[in-house]
Ligand binder design. Structure first.
Ligand SMILES: O=C(O)CCC(=O)C(=O)O
Ligand SMILES: [Fe+2]
Length: 276
């Protein structure tokens, strides 16, 4: 019988199945965070026309500045996408076959307007009651299968009551979300995740989530990486990762991590027994 090794601990499986997220502490050393912030600060200050392609800088909302595709701009962000602790958890949720399909940096400034919970999808809404096969969640036989995952990497400290907000367990909810559920720390319905710089939250994007109002004087800085099952899905379609025109800006292992594949990827091998 074909068996898949699970890279998650039993406690991690229990926790993720129950809540739909995990927080990994102290994943990125402080000196690496500092290096990342230096590079990001540079991209935040230069003229928009000087941003090296394929990176792009823009604002979706007045309080948030995004820089997309940062792994094509500096190897630090490739190392982050392939970080063995992150890959261990992401692999454990994708039958050891993750594909990075999205990576950006977000800076959020002080903001207190009402936000709305959402689930991530790529624009196609399945009718209520259907499971979106691109964003699925199942657990059986000692494994979790979560085909659409995001990581939220804290580059600054995120105090209690602000930052990233979610509804624990909602990745499995089959009922209509009540309207106007406030996006703020309100346990047990919704919680925010206190984090220190270098912590990483990993969650099913089928979990109800959004940014809580940011209350600090310094900006909220985080990196958002999304992974999905490597074997079948390429949700971003045309223009999705890997960006072939910019192939020379990433390593072979990074290119493979971003590609559809049924092989065990170089980024995954180190987290498997005997190197895969
Ligand atoms: O900025 C955040 O904390 C949440 C962002 C998010 O959920 C998204 O971009 O889909
Ligand atoms: Fe989202």
């Amino acid at each position: 019988m074909y068996t898949i090794h699970s890279t998650l601990t039993e406690e991690e499986k229990w926790y993720f199945d129950l809540h739909g997220f995990l927080v990994l502490r102290d994943v990125i050393p402080k000196d690496e965070i500092k290096e990342m912030l230096n590079v990001l600060q540079y991209w935040l200050t230069i003229d928009e026309t000087d941003i090296p392609p394929p990176l792009d800088r823009g604002r979706q909302e007045p309080c948030k500045t995004h820089i997309g595709h940062i792994q094509y701009g500096h190897p630090l962000f490739q190392d982050l996408a392939m970080n063995s602790e992150i890959i261990r958890v992401v692999a454990g949720l994708t039958m050891n076959a993750p594909r990075l399909f999205h990576c950006n940096f977000t800076m959020m400034t002080k903001h207190d307007a009402p936000q709305h919970f959402h689930r991530d999808d790529s624009g196609f809404k399945f009718p209520l009651g259907f499971r979106n096969p691109h964003n699925d969640y199942q657990a059986a036989a000692g494994h979790i299968y979560c085909s659409h995952i995001a990581t939220w990497v804290a580059l600054v400290d995120v105090p209690p009551g602000t930052g990233f907000c979610l509804v624990p367990g909602s990745h499995k909810s089959l009922f209509q979300t009540p309207e106007n559920l406030p996006v703020r720390h309100d346990p047990p319905t919704s919680i925010t995740l206190p984090m220190t710089a270098g912590d990483v939250a990993i969650f099913s994007t089928n979990l109800l989530h959004d940014a809580s109002p940011w209350t600090e004087d310094y900006p909220r800085m985080n990196i958002f990486q999304r992974y999905q099952l490597s074997a079948y899905f390429n949700e971003t379609g045309k223009g999705g990762y890997p960006l072939d025109e910019h192939r020379d800006k990433i390593s072979d292992a990074q290119y493979e991590l971003e590609s559809l594949s049924k092989e065990v990827k170089a980024a995954v091998k180190p987290v498997l027994p005997n190197g895969g």
